[in-house]
Design a protein around this ligand. Structure first.
Ligand code: GLC
Length: 635
């Protein structure tokens, strides 16, 4: 083994790479580009060290690294001036995404607006709403009709023809930017579709492409792996592998047409880095790092959240710092909270879905008890500096009850039976339930099940129960006030209901998540300015929250401090700001609830409830909240 330090080895490798760059046509401009070189100087060591750790045992390690840096240099050369300007701007304002002015929206291009041209036409609406961040669900070339909502990608450089072209995407990114809206796209890099040309070549038996996936000649190794892996989509196939036409077996964590990439092969890392940087140069501001937990496999483990995944993400992140410095990552790790937090770091993923807070908001609505949510905010909310949660109420996916059993048991709740209760409640198999959800991947073998349904249907709007609108606004008030970036599933702001038409489509009927991926609700949007209608009431409520958030600096950043209300149905948390603090109180009960004045003794006596505009004397009389009322008390 080499006795040089990592720094010395990195220096030597860099000198060699520069020599190689000089020889290739990437070299000339890049070598004169001071900015590129300064950033390469800072971040090369990260990439080198990770490459050495993951691939150092292979004799092609250095060659792969040379190719990788070439890809990086070429990508920087191709980055346009407009994007380079943004790179510079954000360098001087590195925490720009922590602003209280940030507001996210997410939608499917086809379902929300037919195609990219349609999305462009909706920009005035996005501005009306106040969006600064737009996540377009996967829009790349994918197999038809089965493609897991686009998460089976056949080419990262081609758009699904009905949606538009890559040039239209580039143009859309520019138009969004002009409107002050960042573009967010998925980087689906755990797997490709079986129609990606790498996969097609692999299926034909090409050794180079077979090595890009986890392919085995028979069941011996797959069965050994499956002794410790989890079934993710058991309705589609048992275990983690599927059989190819030629008898071999390929790793497939999700649907059988999604094949997991083999990152223990550095050629895969290099190939995906090229795809990522290509998309970064289209004008993507944030990548949603899809299904990160599964990217590394190791025998006798569950093959989830392994330490190598973090190394891969850090190396991808370092590449962006060099060749597309303003681009940020959002991790999609819908796993146990102990693992979720491990992805959140400025050098890894600066943003992360706050799936725990999302799930526990629904838990609290079902139980009318805010203890678990309160514990999560107290214990699990504060993350690394400069990082932010993406706080949401619903996404395109199912809701999984990913809370920690240990946390639950401290509050006297037994994990498995509590999940069972929640599943029964949300699919309306519990007496008195207001929710109209649908089970997803109900696995009788393990008792595992998750929940599909739109915000409005889960909150009771479909069952015509009282309080549904209040519940929707209560849930969104939490997403809007707990810092980071609040994310609206577009359509929620007008109370979009479940769409059961997926049951008539053979390509969708077995995936209940389509129930919460409805089409653009035209008539609901048409009523949004009329407060005598249900969509109008919800829209007015959401718009009010957005306005308050954007004008309340205390709601920026990410720090939340727990506030013990002494009443388990009322959630309390504080958002300390530069000059004052906002105390948020949310009543999850269907009845009015009290907090006694003794809880407020340490506070200034009067404060203003930003939500209602009323002044309140907390120390005089305590505070009463109506059913599902929330207050943002500024003092
Ligand atoms: C992510 C997506 C989900 C998809 C899965 C596989 O979890 O959110 O919709 O099925 O990845 O790509």
């Amino acid at each position: 083994m080499n006795s040089l330090s990592v720094e010395q080895q990195a220096r030597a490798a860099k000198a060699y790479i520069i020599q190689e760059l000089n020889k290739s046509n990437v070299g000339i401009n890049i070598l004169q580009d001071k900015d590129f070189f300064t950033r390469l100087d800072v971040h090369f060591i990260t990439i080198f060290a990770i490459f050495a750790e993951l691939y150092g045992y292979r004799n092609d390690c250095l060659d792969q690294l040379v190719d990788l840096i070439k890809v990086c240099g070429k990508s920087w050369q191709e980055r346009n001036l407009e994007l380079r300007k943004i790179d510079k701007q954000r360098e001087s304002e590195p925490e720009w995404y922590m602003s209280n002015r940030m507001l996210g929206g997410v939608c499917y291009v086809d379902r929300y607006a037919n195609n990219l041209a349609g999305i462009k036409q909706r920009i005035p609406y996005f501005q009306e709403l106040g969006l600064t961040y737009l996540h377009l669900m996967p829009l790349f070339l994918a197999p038809q009709p089965l493609n897991d909502g686009g998460y089976a990608v056949s080419s990262y450089r081609d758009i699904q023809p009905e949606l538009g072209t890559i040039e239209e995407l580039r143009d859309l990114a520019t138009e969004l930017r002009k409107a002050g809206i960042s573009l967010v796209l998925d980087l689906v890099f755990n797997h490709t579709s079986n129609e990606h040309h790498w996969a097609r070549k692999a299926a034909e038996g090409c050794p180079e492409h077979s090595a890009m996936y986890w392919i085995f000649p028979d069941r011996t190794v797959p069965s050994a792996f499956e002794r410790s892996t989890r079934e993710i989509f058991p309705d589609d196939h048992a275990g983690s592998f599927i059989q190819l036409a030629d008898g071999r077996f390929v790793w497939s964590t999700f649907y059988h047409f999604q094949w997991d990439l083999n990152y223990s092969n550095p050629a895969v890392f290099r190939a995906m880095a090229a795809e990522m940087l290509y998309l970064a140069n289209i004008g993507v501001d944030f990548f949603r790092m899809d299904a990160v937990a599964f990217m590394w496999k190791q025998m006798n483990t569950d093959c989830e959240n392994l330490p190598e995944v973090h190394k891969l993400l850090r190396a991808f992140n370092a590449l962006c710092r060099i060749a597309a410095p303003s681009v940020l990552f959002k991790s999609e790790a819908i796993v146990h909270p102990d693992f979720v937090v491990q992805y959140i770091d400025r050098d890894e993923c600066q943003l992360s879905y706050n799936s725990l807070q999302m799930a526990l908001t629904w838990e609290a609505l079902a139980t009318r008890d805010a203890s678990m949510l309160s514990q999560a905010i107290e214990r699990r909310h504060n993350i690394a500096r400069g990082c932010a949660w993406v706080n949401y109420v619903r996404s395109h996916d199912d809701i999984g009850w990913t809370f920690s059993d240990e946390d639950a048991s401290e509050l006297g709740k037994e994990g498995a039976s509590h999940r069972k209760f929640l599943n029964a409640f949300f699919v309306n198999r519990y007496p008195g339930s207001f929710a109209r959800g649908v089970p997803f991947q109900d696995n009788p073998k393990t008792g595992d099940c998750r929940i599909s349904g739109t915000t409005a249907s889960l909150a009771g709007l479909e069952s015509m129960q009282d309080h549904a609108i209040e519940r929707i606004l209560l849930a969104y008030s939490i997403a809007m006030s707990t810092g980071g970036i609040p994310l609206i599933y577009l359509g929620d702001e007008v109370g979009q209901l479940n769409d059961y038409t997926y049951l008539n489509d053979p390509a969708k009927m077995d995936d209940s998540r389509w129930v919460n991926r409805p089409f653009y609700p035209k008539s609901r949007y048409a009523e949004r300015h009329d407060e005598n209608t249900i969509p109008g009431r919800i829209y007015a409520g959401i718009k009010h929250l957005i306005h308050l958030r954007k004008t309340t600096v205390e709601l920026a950043g990410g720090r939340a401090v727990g506030f013990y209300t002494g009443n388990s149905t009322i959630l309390g948390y504080q958002r300390p700001g530069p000059r004052s603090t906002v105390l948020c109180l949310c009543n999850f009960s269907d009845e009015p609830q009290w907090i006694g004045k003794e809880r407020f003794m340490a506070m200034p006596s009067t404060c203003e409830d930003l939500v209602s505009g009323h002044k309140i004397d907390l120390r005089q009389a305590g505070v009463q909240l109506r059913a599902h009322q929330f207050m943002w008390l500024k003092h």
